[in-house]
Design a protein around this ligand. Structure first.
Ligand code: TNX
Length: 488
């Protein structure tokens, strides 16, 4: 077998081929501490499905050869919990890591090596001996899914999570509230999930139980799911059901996208939702939206004007800032960190908030500006990682969208140019964003693949490892894996 076929994405930090092969067959045994059972069982399931080989857990009395050993190393000091070592020798495979996350990533790498090696016989795969040392470049390797504009069922979301995990993505930012629908079946306000605008024909929302199920499924794959509560704009759906939160003088059936910021009921409502959401998502983050809000109604609303006078706010921009700051403080009071889109950065950012940059609206790259101001940032610059933009000429698009083929994703560096080394540390990483105005469920994977592979590599692999030609060769074999697993 030709060793150069080993196709690991994202490319590991260090890999060295050594001599010989490990013959993986049904006599191979997995040995692991009970705390790693979930990962071990996922590996066994994958192996069975992909190669037909069934391996079992090693009993302590069996011999020492032909084993796959998962081992937690001591983890004192400043060790990266996502790092791992993988060693394949003729008699054993060792995956060693300071934490379960690293073991999980070592297993993903091993699965990819197995998929790179054609089975030599129906029931045996010869794996080349090698040594890998690996760790991620960025701690924040995210994917944002818009489930408002179009709905995805739980099975599709889980299939997406499987793919994200396979590429070592560790955050799922779930955008299930927007103008077109509010997909959260709140137990406090169940009626909010009843409005769906024409853009999305599917009814559908997620119950508390389903959301918990997604959180759990992702956690077993070392992905933190965190929610976004979009406010104060993009809120038509909620305002259709709760017109009493619109600005003064606006009729109940008028289409309005922004909450009234002067009514006390708006803040009270949001706090209740934040509190409820916090009990469903154990993630240490809550995203508060904050993008693309118009101030047209706030300018003439008597409640907004009164709130501005009362709080000494000179204009509607400051009114918005004040509202977002109160919401951020509420999130922080629950020992969670707030995140918001970077719009209107210039007005000031609530202390402790993480800024998600996506455009140049703030007079330059938003993540650059956030880092210069001393804030942590996630760089989702749209020209690099907006997966709603077309990758092929025949895809639907809005006129503002640029073409975003895989080469452009691969060329995107989450760290904006010009930051000092200290400021660069504030760039936590990136999130690829799948907005779904034009993406019904059946098109989700066509948008995600193959760009997800390029994205995974730019957020995990060292910059010095990036090489598009080499990546393209490796990715070819992965497309085969996904076709085989039933992705579109
Ligand atoms: C801008 S990015 C939006 C989304 C749209 C997207 C379409 C951001 C924070 N807001 O609401 O879906 O563009 O590309």
């Amino acid at each position: 077998m030709n060793n150069t076929n080993i196709s690991i994405i994202p490319a590991p930090k260090k890999m060295r081929l050594t001599k010989g092969f490990f013959a993986l067959d049904s006599n191979s045994r997995i040995r692991n501490n009970r705390v790693l059972d979930t990962s071990a069982n996922q590996f066994r399931k994958f192996l069975k499905e992909m190669t037909g080989i069934a391996v079992s857990r090693k009993s302590s009395s069996a011999g020492i050869g032909n084993i796959i050993k998962l081992e937690l190393s001591s983890s004192d000091g400043d060790i990266n919990r996502e790092s791992y070592e993988l060693k394949i020798t003729p008699s054993a495979i060792f995956i060693k890591a300071p934490a379960a996350a690293g073991i999980f990533y070592g297993i993903q790498t091993l699965m990819q090596i197995i998929m790179s090696c054609p089975a030599s016989a129906a029931s045996c795969v010869n794996l080349p001996c090698l040594e890998i040392e690996d760790a991620p470049r960025f701690e924040w390797r995210g994917f944002m899914l818009d489930s408002s504009r179009h709905f995805q069922d739980i099975a599709t979301i889980k299939k997406l999570i499987d793919a994200l995990a396979f590429y070592k993505i560790n955050r799922l930012h779930w955008h299930f509230i927007d103008g077109q629908s509010w997909r959260f079946k709140s137990e406090k306000y169940p009626g909010l999930a009843d409005f769906i605008s024409g853009i999305s024909t599917e009814k559908g929302c997620y119950t508390v139980k389903q959301m918990r199920d997604v959180v759990q499924y992702a956690a077993e794959r070392h992905i933190v799911v965190y929610p976004e509560l979009e406010m104060p704009g993009h809120s038509r759906a909620a305002l259709t059901i709760k017109p009493q939160l619109k600005c003064h003088g606006i009729s109940d059936n008028a289409v309005v996208n922004e909450y009234c910021l002067g009514r006390a009921a708006t803040a009270k409502f949001h706090k209740e939702i934040i509190r409820e959401i916090a009990t469903i998502f154990p993630a240490p983050y809550i995203h508060l939206g904050g993008d693309e809000a118009s101030d047209a109604n706030w300018k003439s609303c008597k409640y907004c004007k009164a709130a501005m006078i009362k709080n000494g706010l000179e204009n509607t921009a400051l009114l918005q800032k004040d509202f977002m700051k109160k919401m951020a403080e509420y999130v922080h009071s629950m020992d969670k960190i707030s995140i918001a889109w970077a719009d209107k950065l210039a007005l000031g950012i609530p202390a402790g908030q993480i800024v998600q940059g996506w455009s140049d609206n703030d007079n330059g790259n938003e993540s650059y500006n956030a880092a210069v101001k001393g804030f942590k940032t996630i760089n989702s610059y749209h020209r690099g990682v907006y997966f709603d933009y077309p990758q092929n000429a025949d895809e639907d698009k809005y006129q503002w969208m640029i073409d975003l083929p895989i080469e452009k994703v691969y060329a995107f560096d989450p760290v904006p140019a010009g930051l000092s080394p200290e400021q660069e540390k504030l760039v936590l990483g990136s999130e690829a964003c799948l907005w779904t105005e034009l993406v019904p469920q059946e098109k989700v994977f066509r948008k995600v693949f193959p760009r997800l592979l390029a994205f995974a590599e730019i957020v995990w692999s060292e910059k010095s490892k990036l090489n598009f030609e080499d990546f393209s060769k490796r990715s070819a074999i992965h497309c085969g894996i996904f076709t085989k697993s039933g992705y579109n």
